[in-house]
Design a binder for this molecule. Structure first.
Ligand code: NAD
Length: 378
């Protein structure tokens, strides 16, 4: 594994490293950890990689790694930089024959996303997008229950993602993660809608198995001087006629990371909350309420395969990331074996999900500016 990003003081790069190595299937061997060569070296020392492989730039890393014997070079790279530095390293990596894990949103714009999709098709490389929440065992159970008809045809989806950490002008004080997320030259056209709205939209589609077809969005910027939205509310229509409500806000003062999902069908419903991710509430028209728990023997194959500990031993955020990595590795191995395979059959978010996320951001923004009620989500 190589990393692009994950330098000193960064957030998600270290999580990727831990998750990627969790099952002993990969090891971090190199990185371009920062845009600053000295900081990249410092990070390399902290990660205990060979100093010669803590590169000053990702372009140098891809060249140098490709020049190594095949059994020594990295197999894949995780791109964990701010959004404006996703497309170029991901494309270059694919073109040098490396597989890619890239954090969400896929990149900076829908145009870039489509170019990256073309690069995946051209090179045949495997690309995963870490829509983390789809990696939780009980999210997989909820998806399987719905696929199996347990709650009947889906009618109504509520997905809410309130955070409070951007309730004040954090970027004004130079806070690293807030600074680029609120800067349209680094984050892209979306603020909260891109940062967490894309997670919510992906989760709603992944669990329900449906696709959003139309949206009616309201975007707000509550913190004075902020250049991007920090609050989004929208109505959704799905391809089976189901209706939905999506809320993504980063100014819900006091909230931590309170993602939740409720899906109502003709016969019953499911409810999952990130604050209690090892419980899944299952309601039925004609049976008592049930609370399903991670690790329990009655759960289905997808949830069981995504669980490492017995019931009562909490599985969390890192494990959810690791589940995406595990599916990505299965796909990479099939690729290495020369198997004819479709990465979509490996149950991890891929390039199409990434492109859809970028289309979602742009459709939400179009909708918010439009006087028309519904905007098509292509
Ligand atoms: P961050 O600001 O904490 O870290 C970004 C890192 O990228 C820093 O180390 C920075 O030095 C490095 N960097 C910037 N330009 C670089 C370059 N040209 N070459 C090499 N390194 C470079 O950001 P973060 O909060 O970790 O977010 C990174 C990405 O991960 C974003 O796209 C974000 O949306 C995503 N993210 C996803 C989740 C999730 O749950 N899936 C959570 C947090 C962040």
């Amino acid at each position: 594994m190589g990393l692009v990003g994950g330098g000193p003081g960064s957030f998600i790069g270290r999580i990727h490293r831990i998750a990627a190595e969790l099952d002993g299937e990969a090891k971090l061997v190199c990185g371009a950890f920062s845009s600053d060569a000295q900081r990249s070296r410092e990070a390399g020392a902290a990660y205990q990689v060979d100093p010669a492989r803590a590169y000053p730039s990702y372009a140098k890393m891809f060249e140098a790694e490709l020049a190594l014997p095949a059994d020594r070079r990295m197999d894949f790279v995780a791109v964990v930089t701010p959004n404006h530095v996703h497309y170029e390293p991901a494309r270059l990596a694919l073109e040098h024959g490396f597989h890619v894990v890239v954090d969400k949103p896929l990149c900076f714009s829908l145009n870039e996303a489509r170019d990256l999709q073309a690069a995946v098709e051209r090179t045949g490389g495997v690309l995963a997008v870490t829509y983390t929440y789809s990696g939780y065992p009980l999210i997989k159970e909820a998806r399987a229950l719905i696929q199996g008809g347990r709650i009947g045809g889906v009618r109504k989806i509520y997905v809410e993602y309130p955070q409070g950490w951007l309730a004040t002008d954090l970027e004004g004080g130079g806070q690293k993660q807030a600074s680029w997320r609120t800067d349209p030259t680094r984050s892209g056209a979306g603020g909260a809608i891109g940062d967490i709205g894309t997670h919510a939209a992906h989760l709603a589609e992944y669990v329900s198995g449906l696709r959003i077809t139309q949206i009616a969005a309201m975007l707000n910027t509550f913190v004075p001087g902020r250049q991007l939205d920090d609050d989004a509310s929208m109505l959704l229509r799905f391809d089976n006629g189901a209706s939905g409500v999506l809320v993504a806000t980063q100014v819900a003062a006091g909230e931590e990371n309170n993602l939740s999902l409720r899906i109502y069908g003709e016969l019953g419903s499911i409810e999952w909350r990130h604050a209690d991710p090892n419980s899944l509430v299952l309601r039925s028209l004609n049976a008592p309420l049930q609370i399903l728990r991670t690790g329990s023997p009655y759960l289905g194959e997808a949830a069981t395969r995504s669980t490492r500990t017995p019931p009562g031993h909490p599985e969390g955020y890192v494990e959810a990331f690791a589940n995406i990595y595990a599916a990505f590795y299965r796909s990479v191995r099939a690729h290495a074996d020369g198997a004819k395979f479709d990465p979509r059959s490996y149950d991890f978010p891929g390039i199409n999900d990434g492109v859809r996320g970028m289309a979602f951001i742009e459709a939400a923004i179009r909708s918010a500016w439009s006087q028309q009620k519904w905007t098509e989500f292509v």
